[in-house]
Each structure stands twice: as C-alpha cells, then as structure tokens.
Write a protein that binds this ligand. Structure first.
Ligand code: CDP
Length: 215
C-alpha cells in the first residue's frame, strides 16, 4: 500500500509549506487540495458562473484541465500561479467548498494523486474523508493572530496589499464556515495528532511531523 501523510487544519496554519517541505524531505509527491478549490473558484470567475448554482460550479470542476509544473500551476494552459493565491479567490473557494456535489467531483482526482513512493496531502478533509486509511494524520493549528501575521507576510511578498485587521476577520470567518459546514467539516480525524505551530517556525514544525513519522 502506498503511504500517505495527511496534514489538515485551518487557513494559514502552515499546512501547505509544511507539506511541500515534508514531501521534499521524504522524496514523495505533494497534493495541495486547496489549490483544486481555488482553481475551481478562479475558473468560475473567468466563466462568470453563478456561484450560488451548485450544479454549474461542479460542472466547472469536472472540466478543469490542471497541470502542476515546476514553472507553476496551469489552468487550461494559462499560468495562474499568482492569481490563485489572492484573498478574493480564497474567499470564493471557501464559499463553494460547502457544496457536496463539488466535493464529490474532486474526490477521485485527489485519490489519484496517491503514487509511489508516497504522498503528503494537505487540506481540510484529507485525513477524515479523502484518505481515511492514511499512515499518519496531522492536524495543524496555530493562534489566529499568528496565522494572520503569516498570511500577511505571504500576501505582501506576492505583491498583494491587505490590512492585518481585515485578514484576522477573514480567517475567523473562513474557519467558522469550514468547521460548521454540513458536509466534510474541518475537524481532526479521530486518529489525528494535533500539532500547534504557534511558537514553531516551519523547520521546527516539519521536524515535529518527521519525528511522528519515524516514531
Ligand atoms: O490557504 P488557505 O488555507 O486559506 O486555503 P486553501 O488551503 O488554499 O483552501 C482554500 C479553501 O478551500 C479553504 O478555505 C477551504 O474552505 C477549501 N478547502 C476545502 O474545503 N477542503 C480542502 N481539502 C481544501 C480546501
């Protein structure tokens, strides 16, 4: 059986960076499942799809042509690495992520990412629904203030201008929506290990996860 490590948790808890570094360290593949929701959001915006129409949004997801290349993320052969990182796209992704039909559409393509020698998958429901048989499940959390500061730096580095106060409000709103949605809510799997990264830098967080993996 091909091994999988899942990393779930709220926005800006460091999941994506930790998953990328961990995959590099182990020589495994990485799945950024949030990118699939973001790409669906971006394609809906481009196609002016009614975001309240669950069927239309799910059809967009079913028709996505995505390539993850070293040069960036390509949607229908266009490099969208910059635009998928915006807060606007993230906010729309979080809104459409409540649709069960959309989540069902994306399920198999996520499972297809499980390839030898192994996969590190990050998101909200990797350990609960997408890879319930994962070998190690991490639930990564951090104080909202710390997460907002990290997201602030990340967005400023990418050239997006944002206010810290509105980021905190946005993160809290997104956490609430992710935790309270009826289908696939954000929560730790029963067998997940919770790691609090509030006072850890990225390398220290990766080291904690590796310690659990080799334990
Ligand atoms: O960067 P951030 O953690 O804010 O978001 P992301 O991981 O890129 O995901 C964007 C949105 O997609 C999140 O706010 C979630 O609502 C949704 N999502 C989800 O529902 N399930 C996943 N496995 C991954 C993301």
């Amino acid at each position: 059986n091909i091994p999988v490590i899942t990393i779930d948790g709220p926005s800006a808890s460091g999941k994506g960076t930790v998953a990328t570094l961990l995959a590099r360290e182990l020589g495994w593949y990485a799945l950024d499942s949030g990118a699939l929701y973001r790409l669906t959001a971006l394609d809906c915006m481009k196609k002016k799809v009614d975001l309240d129409d669950q069927d239309a949004v799910s059809a967009v997801a079913a028709g996505l042509s995505i390539k993850f290349l070293p040069e960036g993320v390509f949607l229908h052969d266009e490099n969208v690495s910059e635009s998928i990182g915006s807060e606007q796209v993230g906010a729309i992704a979080s809104k459409i992520a409540v649709y069960p039909k959309l989540r069902a559409t994306l399920l198999q393509s996520q499972r297809n990412c499980r390839r030898a020698p192994g996969l590190v998958a990050d998101g909200r429901d990797m350990g609960t629904l997408v890879f319930p048989d994962a070998d190690l499940k991490i639930y990564l959390v951090a104080d909202v203030q710390k997460r907002a500061e990290r997201r602030y730096k990340q967005l400023m580095n990418k050239g997006f201008s944002v206010k810290l106060s509105s980021l905190i409000a946005d993160l809290e709103a997104r956490d609430q929506r992710d935790m309270n949605r009826e289908y696939a809510p954000l929560r730790p799997a029963d067998d997940a290990i919770t790691v609090d990264s509030s006072d850890l830098d990225i390398d220290e967080t990766v080291a904690v996860v590796l310690k659990h993996w080799y334990h």
